[in-house]
Design a protein around this ligand. Structure first.
Ligand code: ATP
Length: 307
């Protein structure tokens, strides 16, 4: 006998052994993980990793080749209608009716959701510096994505599914977006968002699933991943660089020299004051700070786990 679906299940999304093939292309292979009620969950992976495919399966826009997906305890295929009623979705590629204004679009959504959402949409638009009265035609991609975001969250759904929501947002708007997501969580809602950038995800997510080449690599609390993070600090000096004086500073994990450049790998938790003071003994022509790539974090993360 099939278990009865539980619409109040603690696991809002439960992906079980999901495989999806496009012809011979295996986009997602045997992926299993779940998202709990009230968390902000990041789905992280490089381009082509299988994020959009997984999201489209959750929404029943495409069907699993194998495995199944439960949303609110309902099968994603049989329960699609109810699931769609209870979620907000921002697709990675958004198509809007160009001859509408933002407000007209929201009015149309009010008929879909059968309740007033314009006041909330106006409030969010103001925070995102988006003019609802303007025609969508001729708007930049970034502006259209803001419209998509407003449309996805204004009806305050219990689950938000956002495919690369940060594309096209400038840093200031990214902060507003982060606040909106934290507010959704504080109100008991669940957020599932995809991204290819850990630095962005680590600011708001509680947990992340990492996918590469269709396979799930890890599901981790963000603080476990960021514990292993580090940054590369590169100093450009007027003379050939050498590591003397830097080697023994706290948190230095590696040093590379190339010509006038001194590249220091500094542990993520280290205060860099001592490094800056040591650097100040030289004539520093340039300084840059780079965050590790997802690949580097992986290596550090798995390296640490093996020890
Ligand atoms: P991106 O951020 O680039 O969209 P993604 O992680 O969302 O990446 P998917 O779009 O799910 O990745 O793609 C996963 C794999 O499936 C890729 O190899 C992609 O080329 C392939 N793929 C996606 N859509 C199709 C399709 N309609 N037909 C054939 N292959 C596809």
């Amino acid at each position: 006998m099939q278990p009865r679906p539980d619409p109040n299940a603690a696991e809002v999304i439960d992906i079980q052994n999901l495989t999806h093939r496009y012809g011979k292309v295996v986009a997602v292979e045997d992926v299993s993980f779940s998202v709990k009620r009230g968390e902000i969950f990041g789905f992280l992976g490089p381009n082509g990793a299988g994020k959009t495919t997984t999201i489209r399966t959750i929404l029943d826009l495409i069907r699993p080749t194998q495995g199944q997906v439960l949303v609110f305890g309902l099968d994603s295929r049989r329960g699609a209608q109810e699931i769609h009623r209870r979620i907000g979705y921002l697709p990675s590629e958004l198509r809007l009716w160009d001859n509408w204004t933002g407000a007209q679009y929201i009015r149309w959504l009010e008929t879909v959701h059968q309740r007033p959402i314009l006041p909330e949409a106006e409030h969010i638009s103001e925070r995102l510096q988006f003019e609802l009265g303007r025609s969508l035609s001729g708007m930049s991609t970034g502006m259209k994505r803001k419209m998509g975001l407003i449309a996805a969250i204004s009806h305050q759904p219990e689950l938000l599914i956002l495919d690369e929501p940060s594309i096209g947002l400038d840093p200031l708007m990214q902060q507003v977006f982060n606040e909106l997501m934290r507010e959704a969580r504080a109100a008991g809602r669940t957020v599932f968002l995809s991204s290819h950038n850990l630095a962005e995800v680590e600011q708001i997510c509680d947990r992340v699933a990492i996918i590469r080449e269709g396979k799930l690599e890890a599901v981790e609390a963000v603080h476990n991943l960021t514990r292993v993070t580090f940054r590369w600090i590169t100093l450009t000096l007027p003379e050939p660089a050498h590591a003397d004086g830097f080697r023994d500073l706290e948190g230095i994990e590696a040093i590379e020299t190339a010509g006038e450049q001194l590249r220091l790998r500094v542990s993520g938790r280290t205060n860099i004051d001592a490094l800056i003071k040591q650097a100040a003994q030289h004539t520093v022509q340039d300084i840059s700070i780079e965050h590790p790539t997802l690949e580097e974090i992986f290596l550090a993360y798995y390296g640490q786990k093996e020890h």
